[in-house]
Design a protein around this ligand. Structure first.
Ligand code: ATP
Ligand code: MG
Length: 370
């Protein structure tokens, strides 16, 4: 029996979509699957249209006067796919557990004593690294980390890996993780660039399957169904079916011990640190075939001309990549000493000298800014 937590503190990266549709696909392959909704937002419960008077809070809480056993909250979704529901009340468990010893293993203790015939238990986590996510990782043997193919997707990931590492070392709990690329839009050149960075950071810790953007996944969720019921032949259904096959193959060849060696972990974390700035880069460019020297200046480099502001020529097009955090920035080009705004960017604002600055805005979930 395998227990798999689906975790990433980043909101909206596809945790619930993965939990629901992977559970459905594993079930389609004849596996018996329980999905535990451990998110107080209860998106998995709502997304599968499951109604239950009691939920996982009533199972895990020791102070509720409506205590129930996990079997009491399990509902059948379809075939061999069951769900243990969540509800907003679960958010109060955080405070309840605050002062408790072994607060991180409350879910594990419940599952340890749970007699069942499941092949897989999946756990959908909330978008934070609080006690619920920690409980899920402590109960799991594996963690799937969904990562969107968009800018800033690797941000904060080292924190999650640190927590997995801590749980492994301090609690001697053998838990491994793998990254799953979600929301991949093959129409965007930028997506491939991001995929390259993610591949170079995680290498074999990455699932071969990629989950593409597919509106049917969204539609299915809003209709209270998993995608295999909603549209068995759509891209989303095929992707999650392929993910389930990849996971099932591992039943015979479990992850090797060496895959969780600290030295490899260290290499991955360093790679993330290295790749992160590249991932958040924006490319600036201007055509100036006759220019001898072109600079890019803006409030991101304090308008300073120097070694750092030099642009690189490429067949008459001058380019520069700059790593930018989300926010609004003013910038200009300096072509052989002459200041000019960006002719290809209609976003402009007047500066204190009465000239025009060009404007760029980097949004938190920017998929493609170049
Ligand atoms: N591959 C996809 N293609 C299209 N839409 C998707 C895809 N994956 C997820 N979505 C949609 O994006 C939204 C966020 O996805 P989801 O709820 O799975 O993320 P999450 O990580 O669980 O979010 P939260 O952190 O709030 O729990 C949902 O509306 C979902 O339907
Ligand atoms: Mg969710």
């Amino acid at each position: 029996m395998r227990i798999i937590a689906i975790a990433n503190q980043k909101g909206g990266c596809g945790k619930t979509t993965t939990a629901i549709n992977l559970a459905a696909a594993l079930s389609e392959n004849g596996r018996r699957v329980l999905l535990i909704d451990l998110d107080p937002q209860a998106h998995a419960t709502l997304g599968l249209n499951i109604k239950s008077e009691f939920n996982i809070y009533n199972v895990l809480s020791k102070i509720t006067n409506k205590k129930v056993r996990i079997n009491d909250i399990i509902r059948n979704v379809s075939g061999t796919f069951d769900l243990a529901a969540s509800g907003i009340i679960l958010s109060t468990l955080e405070q309840e557990l605050a002062g408790e010893i072994s607060r991180e293993s409350r879910l594990w203790e419940t599952l340890k004593n749970f007699k069942h015939g499941y092949d897989y238990i999946l756990i959908d986590c909330p978008p934070n690294l609080g006690i619920l996510t920690v409980n899920a990782i402590c109960a799991a043997n594996e963690v799937i980390v969904p990562v969107e193919a968009s800018r800033f997707s690797l941000e904060g990931l080292n924190q999650l890996l640190d927590i997995i590492g801590l749980i492994r070392e301090r609690l001697s709990h053998n838990v491994d993780y793998r990254v799953l690329v979600t929301n991949f839009d093959s129409r965007l050149r930028h997506s491939f660039k991001i995929l390259d960075y993610i591949r170079s950071a995680f290498q074999y810790k990455l699932f071969g399957t990629i989950i593409h953007v597919n509106v049917k996944l969204k539609e299915a969720q809003s209709q209270g169904e998993h995608v295999l019921n909603y549209d068995k032949y759509c891209r989303g259904a095929k992707d999650y079916f392929s993910l389930s096959r990849e996971i099932i193959v591992q039943e015979k060849t479990p992850a090797k011990e060496e895959t969780i060696m600290p030295v490899i972990e260290k290499r991955i974390k360093e790679a993330i640190k290295r790749e992160l700035p590249k991932l958040n880069e924006s490319t600036f460019s201007i055509s100036a075939p006759k220019a001898k020297e072109v600079h890019l200046v803006g409030d991101f480099n304090n308008w300073k001309l120097g070694k750092e502001s030099f642009m690189q020529p490429d067949n008459g097009i001058w380019k520069k990549r700059v790593s930018l955090d989300p926010g609004k920035y003013h910038y200009r080009f300096v072509i052989d000493g002459e200041w000019t705004d960006d002719p290809n960017n209609p976003q402009k604002a007047t500066n204190p000298f009465g000239q025009m600055n060009s404007l760029i805005e980097i949004k938190k979930n920017d998929a493609d800014n170049n």
